[in-house]
Design a protein around this ligand. Structure first.
Ligand code: NAD
Ligand code: 44H
Length: 381
């Protein structure tokens, strides 16, 4: 079996690659990073190290690399023959790879390959694969869309494993935490006969992606932005500070109350245990994770359906408390990191325009009361 995986970065090599290889796939990694693609082609294998006691090794082989900037035709050809397509490339990049996936689908149609296949976006976002589907469909004509309706699934997914920026001489080496979780919405699959070992298939992903995004990612981002505000540079150092820890616990208590109000899938105790284990993962002494990675792209993280604004909106709608989340949003607007284009853009916007306008622009919030509350939070920092 062959998989085409877009994004040979941290989570791509450090989690998706491991899972696909252990399920017997040959993996065609697609990326624009020449160093990584060349190394994959030269060696056809790489090693994952577990950032845990004993530092166990996982060997991934039967891999190669395709450079989509230099050789897009090879990517189209690979999709035409693939049994599975996955991505871990970042939400903002999905629209950029959609034309190639559409061409791959057209190539399957032209070759009469009507074997069902799924395209799974493994990104930190709600509705990632379905959002990619929209982008892909905008590059297909009516016949291509009908073919895709019949044979190509875009099941949403949630993936969870902390994989920091890597600092090794070997460009393929990747150090990851032991914990891993990959959940797929089986109701949106077309190739239901292909279920990967160690991946969980659920009839409705919403509770799982929201539990993940509003626990792991809200908690992680709260650690990062509060940590940066207090002068830290790594997640491990920040979470040792009681002020940071109590901000994280407060934010998670608020998202927990929302998850409990929304879903019947989890008991309060299950959510407490889940969120405690999440916070313990941030304390993992075997990992050094830069705040600049976890806080990256602050404008994306302030988005309408993202890890702060969505729970705040939904808590407000239910009359539940969101004061710690709101306080953290104030710190995101202060996030000033010259190496991060979105941070630079946000700080420039704040200089150019009235605060209320910037809040509307980046969060998409239209509720005047909530805009005023966010404004007050930013001004308090
Ligand atoms: N790292 C984690 O802990 C983690 C965990 C779960 C989910 N995620 C999600 O996975 C996605 C990737 O995150 P990451 O940490 O692996 O990032 P990363 O930067 O390490 O990897 C992204 C890869 O995409 C490649 N890329 C960028 N633009 C491209 C293009 N136009 N065409 C082809 N390749 C391109 C980059 O070269 C890079 O190798 C994000 O959505 C992230 O939220 C990350
Ligand atoms: O990848 P982002 O920028 O959406 O979020 C940064 C981190 O919180 C994230 O990558 C986590 O490490 C990951 O989601 C853990 O599963």
């Amino acid at each position: 079996m062959e998989a085409v995986h877009f994004g040979a970065g941290n989570i791509g090599r450090g989690f998706i690659g491991e899972t696909l290889a252990s399920n017997g796939f040959k993996i065609n990694f697609v990326d624009v990073n020449e160093t990584i693609i060349d190394a994959l082609n030269q060696r056809g294998e790489y090693t994952i190290t577990l950032a845990a006691p004993g530092e166990g090794k996982i060997h991934v082989d039967n891999v190669d690399g395709l450079n989509n900037a230099k050789n897009p035709d090879a990517v189209v050809k690979a999709i035409a023959q693939a049994d599975l397509v996955t991505t871990a490339i970042g939400p903002k990049i999905l629209p950029l790879i959609a034309p190639l996936i559409a061409q791959g689908i057209d190539a399957r149609r032209a070759a009469g390959n009507d074997t069902a296949i799924d395209v799974i976006a493994c990104e930190n976002m709600i509705g990632g694969s379905q959002s990619l589907k929209k982008d892909v469909y905008s590059h297909l004509d009516a016949d291509g869309q009908a073919f895709a309706d019949a044979h190509i699934g875009f099941p949403n997914a949630a993936v969870d494993r902390i994989v920091p920026i890597q600092h090794h001489d070997d460009p393929l080496a990747v150090s990851v935490e032991d914990f891993k979780e990959w959940v797929v919405d089986e109701s949106q699959m077309k190739n239901t006969g292909l279920k990967l070992k160690t991946v969980e298939y659920v009839p409705d992903l919403e509770p799982y992606i929201e539990r993940k995004l509003f626990s792991v990612n809200t908690g992680h981002a709260t650690t990062a932005y509060t940590g940066k505000y207090l002068g830290y540079t790594t997640i491990g150092d920040a979470i040792k500070d009681d002020k940071v820890l109590s901000q994280v616990e407060g934010a998670l208590k608020e998202t927990r109350s929302l998850l409990l109000a929304q879903f019947e899938n989890f008991t309060e105790q299950e959510l407490v245990d889940y969120q405690n284990s999440v916070v313990n993962r941030f304390k993992n002494p075997y990992i050094s994770d830069d705040i600049s990675r976890v806080a990256r792209t602050p404008i994306r993280k302030l988005g309408y359906d993202e890890r702060f604004i969505r729970p705040i909106r939904e808590l407000k709608q239910r009359g539940l408390n969101y004061s710690v989340l709101l306080d953290t949003v104030g710190m995101i607007f202060k996030y000033d990191e010259p190496s991060d284009d979105e941070s630079v853009k946000l700080q420039a916007l704040l200089k150019e325009k009235p605060l209320g306008d910037v809040i509307k622009e980046v969060t998409g919030v239209t509720d005047a009361d909530l805009i005023a509350e966010i404004q007050k939070s930013v001004e308090s920092k």
